[in-house]
Design a protein around this ligand. Structure first.
Ligand SMILES: Cc1cc2nc3c(=O)[nH]c(=O)nc-3n(C[C@H](O)[C@H](O)[C@H](O)COP(=O)(O)OP(=O)(O)OC[C@H]3O[C@@H](n4cnc5c(N)ncnc54)[C@H](O)[C@@H]3O)c2cc1C
Length: 246
């Protein structure tokens, strides 16, 4: 059964008016990169809790979350109002199977996210495992506006530490942005634009993780399936491992 920690918010970062990060001081918590916890606060009608992926690597003193505010949502607008010193409930232990332990080996590893779905990949990329297991790792982050490209500096730091092995490809769908592609992920894959831009093949020898918007996941999975990549299940290992946020 889940236990609850009362953590203290230590920092908030506002990337845009509806995209923010919260850091909370907890002391070291064991988890596997890619897992999520539930966050809880007291709302006007009682305690509200939802799942959020951990952005930081395991064994950090602070836990960090990247959150988008759903305008008519119950919890995310309350989380956006938190300030340093406020109390935040964090469920323990972290849980979930969107982790590299569940991903078979492959020629390359595509980490594809929309919006806040980049969070679990940031945790993974701060550990040694992806670099030990995959010759090439391609991080694809699709957002609507360039301002939503959160953690760009952190990512560029990872790329600088792993030159030629980690590739970062931003996608900004609603405006042109230097270095970014500008189309939906399934279109970019179907046209081979994504693979060409990253200099990487995407085929049945690849492993693909998909995280974020359910429509992106459904459409990308269907396209990859038509290219011979199969859903990765414990009983029948395949190529596509997913985490759907809603
Ligand atoms: C395993 C897991 C991990 C998650 N990790 C994150 C995370 O790291 N960051 C994060 O921001 N969210 C994450 N979510 C989504 C999160 O749990 C909440 O659903 C989200 O914050 C909305 O909660 P709410 O109470 O504000 O909205 P609710 O009152 O619960 O309203 C839910 C509705 O809002 C819509 N919705 C939910 N999430 C989004 C979204 N991100 N963008 C647009 N519309 C949405 C859907 O239509 C949904 O039906 C995760 C979900 C799961 C299942």
């Amino acid at each position: 059964m889940a236990q609850w920690l009362n953590a203290t918010v230590s920092e908030t970062i506002y990337w845009t008016s509806n995209l923010f990060s919260i850091k909370a001081k907890t002391g070291r918590l064991p988890f596997i990169a890619g897992q999520f916890v539930r966050l809880a606060v007291e709302g006007p009608e009682g305690r509200i809790q939802r799942a959020y992926s951990l952005v930081n690597p395991p064994d950090s003193e602070h836990q960090e979350f990247l959150i988008s505010t759903v305008a008519d949502g119950l919890l995310s607008p309350l989380l956006q109002q938190l300030t340093p010193g406020d109390t935040l409930g964090i469920s323990q232990p972290a849980t979930g199977f969107f982790i590299l332990d569940e991903v078979p080996d492959g020629d390359n590893l595509w980490l594809i996210a929309t919006g806040t779905g980049i969070g679990p990949y940031l945790s993974m990329l701060a550990t040694a495992e992806p670099y030990r297991r995959f010759a090439h790792i391609i991080l694809v982050h699709s957002v609507s506006r360039a301002a939503d490209l959160a953690y760009k500096d952190l990512i560029e730091g990872f790329v600088a530490q792993h030159p030629g092995q980690l590739h970062y490809q931003p996608v900004v769908t609603r405006e042109p942005h230097p270095g970014a592609l500008q189309d939906r992920i399934p279109n970019l894959i179907a046209s081979h634009q994504l693979q060409q831009q990253c200099g990487q093949l995407l085929n049945p020898k690849s492993q693909v993780m998909l995280c974020g918007n359910p429509q992106m996941i459904t459409d990308t999975k269907a396209l990859l399936d038509s290219m011979g990549l199969k859903k990765n299940l414990r009983r029948t290992p395949g190529n596509i491992t997913v985490e759907q946020y809603w």
